[in-house]
Structures are given as structure tokens and as C-alpha cells.
Design a protein around this ligand. Sequence first.
Ligand code: AMP
Length: 353
Amino acid sequence: MTALPPGSTIGIIGGGQLGRMLSVAAAQLGYKCHIFDPHEDPCAAQVAGGFTRAEFGDATAVETFAQAVDVVTYEFENLPVHPLKAAGDKLRPGTRSLAVAQDRAVEKQFIEDCGGRVAPWRTVDSLDDVRGAVAELGLPIVLKTRRYGYDGKGQAWIRSEDEAEGAWNAIGDGPSIAEAGVDFSAEFSVIVARWADGRHTFWDSAENEHRDGILRRSTVPCGELVAGQLAEARKAAIGIAEALGHVGVLTVEFFASGDGPVVNEIAPRVHNSGHWTIEGAVTSQFEQHIRAICDLPPGSTELVGEGAVMDNLIGDDVDRWPALVAEPDLHVHIYGKGEGRPGRKMGHVTRVR
Ligand code: AMP
């Protein structure tokens, strides 16, 4: 593919905040964006030139959409894979990245096959399997549904044997994995942007703090302990991206453990832990994704200052907006999602240092 010229149209499947921030970055480079989403007023469509309202599983709608744009990308991973094949080779990244990332068992196996370290795990399909996993892996373990889990949803911890049944019922008694609890000192992510010809860039890695399974804060630069694990983590991340033939941004989340970096999960897309790059790096993750899928040259990923801290605005945190916008050095992002339900990501703020 040759570089897509300004004026071309980028189709984005998924209309959430990631699609919104991708659209803003694309607009800056002179591209138009067209959003595909089943909801009535997806927040990405508020800033994009076109919007198709259709179900993700509607292959005919995907095909029509793909014909109307020059390149197609996606902004979240819980999409049915088969209908997306209707986008043909306009789809970047391809369906392989999606298929691997959306099933935790396939994902873990794939990471192991790439030489990455993961927590000991088993697939579990019944309460008997869960009891077997407790016996083999020891305690604590965490059960995670194979599909449709995000932000700590579809997960339940087992800390003593008598919690096994309750945990199994809590995640819904369906195809799942059991994973040994990792004793980690910090969580961090490696975000890599990869081009079709194999060129790739990394950003500084953020150290991530979660509460109730949801990312609350990302801080760059990371601490010394994480810094000592970055070389190995980056090697794992680019190995995964290459094995997937991934084009665009890919995020790999890690635990910094005593044994080295342990991969928690991958996201075949821009990531919440990279939002700090909008103001904190020369080229943001959103712009770099657009550059990679449109085959423009890579932008610099150097820090603009010494670092950055990004805090999410979850649920009614966003009601604090008058005080936040009154802070002259704070970069405030509000996603235009309307109502601030508990646990919903409504915006974020970044301080560049
Ligand atoms: P996930 O949805 O897999 O990203 O999990 C959400 C959060 O739960 C992670 O960011 C960790 O803080 C925690 N967590 C998930 N899996 C494990 C594990 N195997 N050991 C320890 N903590 C975990």
C-alpha cells in the first residue's frame, strides 16, 4: 500500500472514546472518519464526518461500509470476527489480531507460543474443572470468562477452596480460564505501533494503577523496578505483534513479578494506558495508529517533557469538570458520553511534567 493521501476516509468500527480520539488525530492529518456502531449516539460519531448505524455482526453492512472508505480499522476487540472479513484487505489490523485477543485461552496459548511468560493457567468448563485447577495451580487463583471480559468484569477470585463454587457461579458457569494469582510489584504496559513492512516504535512504558479492575492512573516514567524489565517486555511485545502480522497499535499489559515480566493480556488497539501520549509525547498513540494504517512514516515517540500522569474520570468523577478546567496546566478530555454511570469511563486528565 502506498501512503493514503489527506482527504481519504478512514472507517472506524466501534464508536467509543478510542474511536473519538482516533478521529481527532486523523482529522489533524487531513483525513475524514466514518464510524460504524450499533448505538444511537456513539461519542466518536460526534467528531467524525460519517456514521453508519448497524450491528457489528451484519456482514452486508460491513461490506457496504468498507466500500465507502479507503481503510478500515477497529477500536475494540469484542467484535464478531467473521462478518469483519467482508472488509477484505482494507482491514488494518487484520482479523487475526482480533481473534487471538478476544479469547483468553487462545490469547494465553499464543503468547506462550511466542515465548512470552504468562501466569500458569488452565481452561475450565465445569465446577469439577475449577476444583481440578485449584488442586493443580494452588491458591489464590482467578477465574476469567474466555470472552467478553473487560475492566475486571467476568472475573472472580478464589482464595480458599470453599470459594470455588461461588466464584464459578459468579462468572456465569461458561467457558473460562483459571489463572494463578501473580505476586506482582507493579503493573505496566508496552504499547507498540507496527507498520506492514515491520517498522515499529515504542513509547515509554507507563506504570498503571488499577482499582476494582479498572485503570485509574498511568504514570510515566515508570519506576526502577519496571524499567529493569522493559527490555524483555518489549521483546515479548514486538514478538507478539510480528507473529500476528499486526498493523497499527498493539498494547501488551504486564505484571512486574520477581521472575520478570508476566503478560496479563493484549489489546489489538490503542489503549487507556497510552492516553498520556496525546500531550506527553511528540506523537500520540492515536496519531501513530493512523500513520501506521495509512502507511505514513512513523512519528517520534519521544517524551515532550520529563513525563506525564494520566488520571481517568470514572462515573461521577466527571462532575468535577468545573474545578478541572479551572486548572490551567491540566489537559482535560471529556468523552461526550452523557450520563456518568458507575464504572463508566467518562474522560481523563493529563498533567505533563
Ligand atoms: P484484566 O481484566 O485481566 O486486565 O484484569 C484486571 C486486573 O485484575 C488486572 O489489571 C490486575 O490488577 C488484576 N489481575 C488480573 N489477573 C491477575 C492475576 N493472574 N494475578 C494478579 N492480579 C490479577
